[in-house]
Design a protein around this ligand. Sequence first.
Ligand SMILES: NC(=O)c1ccc[n+]([C@@H]2O[C@H](COP(=O)([O-])OP(=O)(O)OC[C@H]3O[C@@H](n4cnc5c(N)ncnc54)[C@H](OP(=O)(O)O)[C@@H]3O)[C@@H](O)[C@H]2O)c1
Length: 275
Amino acid sequence: MSKQLQRAGDRLRVALVTGACSGIGRALALRLGSLGYELILVSNRPAELAAAAQEIGAAHSVAVHTIASDLARPEAAEELYQSVLGKDLQVDILVSNAGFFFFGEAVDAALPRANAMLQLHVVTPSLLCTCFGRDMRERGRGHVLIVSSISAWRDFPGISYYGASKKYLRGFARSLRSEMGVYGVNVTCLAPGPTATNLYDPEVVPVKRAKRLGIMMDAATVAEAGLRAMFAGRAEHIPGLLARAMTLLSVLVPQWAIDLLRRRAPWLPKRGGSP
Ligand SMILES: NC(=O)c1ccc[n+]([C@@H]2O[C@H](COP(=O)([O-])OP(=O)(O)OC[C@H]3O[C@@H](n4cnc5c(N)ncnc54)[C@H](OP(=O)(O)O)[C@@H]3O)[C@@H](O)[C@H]2O)c1
């Protein structure tokens, strides 16, 4: 049996989780709460955020703060940093998890949606790492967990914006890790495979069935594996054997096979957005 996940000492007290009101982020927050961390939960929808905070606070008797913010805005990271300072809190564990997904050819993307994805997956996480990471470096301790995806390992048609932004996050996490390691701050990249959450439109992706068949993992398992990797100081982690096998396969498969699949597979989006 694997060892029980434990708190990383008493010097780290506060964890901030973005995208904490559902899916993997909510599961990460719940687990961090169970380990006794005071929490700052951030996401876009105030009512869902309040519900998550209520659930976690009641389950684990920890202080839970909420900050509702649309993180897909250029000024979001700076605003969030200032709100945290305003609450007189210092972040010891930064979990950058908020994200969304869409299928479709890049040239069909609605510009505001594409822009939001780049802000949410690229700009805001990077700037949050700069703001909170600077303070962690000053204190000589802390953890940063950056949620990327197995799609960061290969370029796939139909997810140009998503895949490339997750690739950016993986690269950013790696270089940040080597910068911060010398100051005693750990940076881990969590790269989930298919996970049963609200990320996917259930009309398009049969999430429940995929979970039943074991193709999709549940968010709690992914969160547990991610925190385990983070507290162990690992550089990156792909939870689950199937996701690891999918990643290996995606690296090995020749480009012509991906192009052929892109032309033939009925479920891949084509011109105009529909499969
Ligand atoms: N599910 C998978 O198969 C999978 C695989 C690989 C990687 N991931 C990554 O895992 C992360 C979590 O996704 P999930 O699967 O848990 O999906 P999810 O249940 O849809 O959770 C996404 C979270 O991000 C938040 N969010 C989205 N847009 C936001 C915005 N503009 N401002 C602030 N918060 C925003 C959402 O909050 P609101 O609802 O309040 O907007 C929600 O809490 C994402 O980065 C995703 O790319 C997921």
